[in-house]
Design a protein around this ligand. Sequence first.
Ligand SMILES: [Fe+2]
Length: 310
Amino acid sequence: MSDNKDSWKFVHITDIHIGSPDSYRFAPVWNEQWETAAEQIKAINPELVLVGGDITRDGDTEPEQFANSIKHLNSLGIPWHLIPGNMDTGNKIADRPGARMPERNDLELNITEENLQIFKAQAAPFPWTFTHRDIRFSGCYEIIKDTDLPSAQELDTFLAGLSELPSADHHIMLNHYPLFVDDIDEPHYDITKEDDYLAWYFGVDPEPRKNLIKAYKASGVTHVLSGHIHCRRPPFTIDGITYIKGASTAMKQFGDRWPDGDDTLGFQVFTVTPDGIEFEFHPLTRISTRTDGWGPGGHPQGAKRAARKS
Ligand SMILES: [Fe+2]
């Protein structure tokens, strides 16, 4: 428990990407980074841990990885609350092949309802909401908003229900994809243009973004925590909502996107006091330099489907 009864902590981890030696690809270094993060989190002893998705390397094609990742989360000995990420369930839905064909076929990487249901059964149910010490915590897989997936209808029902709940001192919303990459009013990015591709891949499109923010405001959301990019930025507040892009514990990405971007591996620590919520980034205290392992990186075409069949 917290040392001070008026002050307590919660932690946000995301993109921990625990892999499996039984997989067609494996990076032991990512698992070692997680072990370091877990030691640090246990030493902090927060009252709860928010897990922002991508708990596996390839849960979307190898759902047997979920049991191992859940075992690692349970080993913290701290209550945790989880939403899926794209490597667990599939990517943001593309309606055409993107600029990275042929090595990456976005159409075959799309989220499927089957994968969402597997995640709910084998990892954790979502969306969810609860209160802890007068703070509301909610988690949903934002990237399915306004899609044709049955789970998107469930999300709409969930969001409508959130607005009916009693207000809390703070309302923390856990997401995987950031609602925007650079700017809250950024336009639709073109998946077929290489210059736009990563911005398309990393963020939510304008229409679902607008609808999510509207729903979040209607339910008094004060903080939106996201992952997916593997590069953090200092928190910033727009129109009453503080957006926090979180770091990965496993692997760096996109570190050159923003002058204030920082792809250092680590996690987010929040201290709640009577005066508000203080935020602190905790870098990993030990960085593994292992280079062994096997298999392709990224989103190789065909290899993932082949993995599921084997
Ligand atoms: Fe990730």
